[in-house]
Design a protein around this ligand. Structure first.
Ligand SMILES: Cc1cc2nc3c(=O)[nH]c(=O)nc-3n(C[C@H](O)[C@H](O)[C@H](O)COP(=O)(O)OP(=O)(O)OC[C@H]3O[C@@H](n4cnc5c(N)ncnc54)[C@H](O)[C@@H]3O)c2cc1C
Ligand code: FES
Length: 295
């Protein structure tokens, strides 16, 4: 086990989660109010899979006291080709994310993860990823796994059939908010951008781009989506109309991240027609779209 990592005794909640020290390698602003941070934390990086997340805390402060959840952007490798850490993206919205912009190389933070279920291994020829704002970040690892560029998880998740094409429909407020576009192109995704103000790509909503893709010759066979809830609701509806299986990744605010506080519950439809609540941190954050009630 790497120095600075331990497995707390939380059997029954998230037995595979680790508490690690993450050392900042790089922390840079890549778009308006949007940063990407690279942390050295090999043990977490070797375990995590696309769509999973981790809680991040600054051990030097007591406010904020609780960790904040962030999704894996991707793992990175050292000069010897060994998986050495994680990258994640963040938008500056409040206390923790403002504090994070002050982190410099060699600062350390506390990480708790991997958490959540993540996206399923894609088993289709044509995969479509629909992202709104910072909801784009979980999809770089999804793209790299789907196109066979990287294996994730200790034993490497088995991707039975390499996906033939990955289309990213990415909506942002304006050009200055766009992040990681070149990384997606370099990874081999076909990138379709829309902006609310028309400053880049299509002028309009990401759902317009999705509808166009569906009505074109290469209709996607599965959709993964992450972004604002209204957008995800609309994407789930389009997918249902087009009979395309769809998974949505929720960004519900969380307190503990491992199942004990119930601050993150979301209402889901059960098979018998009733509804019940599920914890986004443990049973999610990724859910089949038709299961979510959105109210
Ligand atoms: C599974 C998961 C993965 C996530 N991945 C990312 C990621 O990769 N990048 C990223 O930038 N963010 C991500 N988020 C959201 C991120 O956790 C919050 O933006 C962060 O906790 C804000 O912390 P803060 O202390 O800066 O803001 P706070 O001071 O806690 O809050 C500032 C304002 O933001 C609002 N807010 C806080 N959290 C959320 C939320 N989850 N949704 C909507 N409004 C919120 C508060 O109500 C408040 O108005 C993710 C959330 C979840 C649940
Ligand atoms: S955040 Fe505590 S139960 Fe999900």
């Amino acid at each position: 086990m790497d120095a600075g990592c331990s497995t707390p005794d939380l059997a029954g909640f998230v037995p595979s989660a680790l508490e690690c020290r993450g050392k900042v390698v790089e922390n840079r602003c890549v778009a308006k109010d949007t940063w990407i941070i690279r942390l050295s934390c090999p043990e977490l990086a070797r375990e995590i899979t696309p769509g999973q997340f981790f809680m991040v805390r600054d051990p030097r402060v007591t406010d904020p006291m609780l960790g904040r959840p962030f999704a894996l952007l991707d793992v990175w490798k050292d000069a010897d080709g060994n998986v050495a850490g994680v990258d994640f993206g963040y938008v500056v919205v409040g206390k923790m994310t403002k504090l994070m912009t002050t982190w410099r190389a060699d600062d350390t933070c506390v990480l708790w993860g991997p958490l959540g279920n993540g996206f399923p291994v894609p088993d289709v020829d044509r995969l479509c990823l629909v992202a709104g704002g910072i909801g784009v970040t979980p999809f770089l690892a999804v793209t790299n796994e789907a196109l066979g560029a990287q294996q994730y998880g200790q034993s490497g998740r088995n991707v039975p059939n390499r996906v033939k094409s990955v289309s990213l429909c990415y909506g942002a407020r304006s050009e200055e908010h766009l992040a990681c576009v070149d990384q997606f192109r370099d990874a081999g995704a076909s990138v379709n951008i829309s902006t609310d103000d028309g400053s880049y790509g299509r002028h309009g909503f990401v759902t317009d781009t999705l509808r166009e893709l569906i009505s074109g010759g290469d209709c996607p066979q599965a959709i993964y989506c992450c972004g604002p809830e209204l957008m995800m609701q609309a994407v789930g509806k389009i997918a249902a109309e087009s009979q395309i299986p769809c998974w949505l990744s929720l960004e519900t605010p969380m307190a503990c991240g491992f199942g004990i506080c119930f601050s993150c519950v979301t209402r889901v439809r059960m098979d018998d027609g009733t509804t019940d609540y599920r914890r986004t941190c443990v049973e999610g954050p990724v859910f089949r779209a038709e299961k979510l009630c959105f109210s």
